[in-house]
Design a protein around this ligand. Structure first.
Ligand code: ASP
Length: 477
């Protein structure tokens, strides 16, 4: 197809080209009509003057219609140059126009900032919301961030490896999403809260440097600005100490910021390191916001919080629970307190905080069976549970597990902050609502009797009543 992208028209002055895209606005100025046409590279002003074939057809055109327009690119006179447009130095005089598709009137104005539009509506018509300038900017920034991270880690000899989504539970402190097995009645897969165990097993396998842009699933009651599925930059390395992981993460974040958000300033470099204890004492928080000017969207205050306690006491469970996860290594100098005062033992664990939000967290891992068993014991994990849930990890540690450690960074939150947004949903293409629904696809939704039967599930009376209302009308095969 002989198509010129809108952004390329600035190099085609005097030429006749064909452009295709969506009508953003139509303005009638007496006899002359203007259209701003949008494609993925930008917007172009098109002039329709009486006498052309295009002019005859333009009066029926409405916002969001899809057009193909043939016309001549012209330089704009000096005083009509629009600095806010990529194509502000040119415009096109339309010769002919073809309507490729019409559009209903959108339920909200796509050419405006949609952040104030009711969320349910925005998410139901996310494909329209994603046409708005702000969303295009955010999603493009996300793409550049992910691209930079990949290239950065590939160039340092990391292997990008996918780990399973259908797996077994891995403890990260949240409830899990479960997927019933059809082939094994009464059995379930669990969606991973993180690739934690697999990445450690990749270290046992000798991969040494792993990363993945990984989807993680946590079925939490919606607290704050969280999503049931979110994306982590997950990485793991062998033969490293805490320092190596901190250094790698710090250079990655610094270089990333310079490359994709040159307008941002990193307030303190190297990133300050504060012990968990000092942070709690000084800021009453393990996520201090150290910006000098909290209103300055371009200030980035990264800070490491290190040496958090290995365990914390859970009043509801009346026992010790892991502060991070049970695979975290206790600090060597605190090992002797493990039996008598386990709550005082600090971990080789670190969180990276940015402007008051945790953007990464990780630890050096246990790689020896005896220490791992001891931790499970202190956590009150029974022999039976230990073998059933973690037997494979303990066994793997007996086959030459190297010392290793890693970190995972919450990409959605990072993009949110770098985009200057406040809500995580602004940094995701298809987020869920605050109560974990997808109004566009209509998820979650009931499934048919047959599907339920296939996976050996019988609904309770209440669930059945609710499900019947919608399921009757659906065919799920
Ligand atoms: N798996 C951890 C998490 O999801 C991160 C890590 O320890 O690397 O928080």
């Amino acid at each position: 197809m002989n198509r010129t992208m809108v952004a390329d028209t600035i190099n085609k002055i005097g030429e006749e080209v064909t452009i295709m895209g969506w009508v953003e606005t139509r303005r009638d100025h007496g006899k002359i009509v203007f259209i701003d046409l949008r494609d993925r590279t930008g917007k172009l002003q098109i002039v329709f003057v009486p006498g052309s074939r295009a002019y005859e057809k333009v009066s029926e055109v409405r916002p969001e219609w899809v057009l193909s327009i043939v016309g001549k690119v012209k330089a704009r006179p000096e005083k009509l140059i629009n600095k806010n447009l990529v194509t502000g130095t040119v415009e096109m005089e339309a010769a002919d126009l073809e309507v490729l598709n019409e559009s209903k009137t959108p339920p909200f104005e796509v050419d405006k900032d949609t952040s104030k539009v009711e969320e349910e509506l925005r998410l139901k018509y996310r494909y329209l919301d994603l046409r708005s300038d702000r969303m295009v900017k955010n999603i493009t920034l996300r793409h550049h961030i992910i691209r930079f991270i990949r290239e950065y880690l590939w160039s340092q000899d990391f292997r990008e490896i996918e780990t399973p989504y259908l797996t077994k539970s891995t403890p990260e402190g949240a409830r899990e999403f479960v997927v019933p097995s059809r082939l094994f009645s009464g059995e379930f897969y669990v969606l991973p809260q993180s690739p934690q165990q697999f990445k450690q097993l990749l270290m046992v396998a000798g991969i040494e440097k792993y990363f993945q842009i990984a989807r993680c699933f946590r079925d939490e009651d919606q607290r704050g600005d969280r999503q049931p599925e979110f994306t982590q930059l997950d990485l793991e390395m062998s033969f490293v100490e805490e320092e190596d992981i901190l250094k790698l993460t710090e250079s990655l974040m610094t270089d990333l910021t310079k490359a994709v958000c040159p307008e941002k300033r990193i307030a303190m470099a190297p990133f300050p390191r504060i012990s968990y204890k000092d942070s709690m004492e000084k800021y009453q928080s393990d996520k201090p916001d150290l910006r000098k000017d909290k209103g300055d969207k371009n200030e980035l205050a990264f800070v490491w919080i290190v040496g958090a306690p290995l365990f914390k006491y859970s009043a509801s469970e009346k026992k010790l629970v892991s502060s991070h996860h049970p695979f975290t290594m206790p600090r060597a100098e605190d090992l002797e307190m493990l039996d008598k005062e386990p709550e005082k033992v600090r971990a080789y664990a670190y969180d990276l905080v940015l402007n008051g939000f945790e953007v990464a967290g990780g630890s050096v891992r246990i790689h020896k069976r005896d220490i791992q068993e001891k931790i499970f014991k202190l956590l009150g994990v029974s022999e039976e549970e230990k073998n059933r849930r973690f037997g494979h990890m303990l066994e793997a540690f007996e086959f030459g597990a190297p010392p290793h450690g890693g970190i995972a960074s919450g990409l959605d939150r990072l993009v949110t902050i770098l985009a200057g947004e406040e809500v995580i949903r602004e940094a995701m293409a298809f987020p869920k609502t605050g109560d974990a629904r997808d109004p566009l696809m209509g998820a979650p939704s009931p499934i048919s009797e047959k599907q339920l039967k296939d996976v050996h599930i019988e609904l309770s009376k209440e669930a059945k009543g609710k499900a019947l209302k919608t399921a009757d009308t659906e065919t799920n095969d």
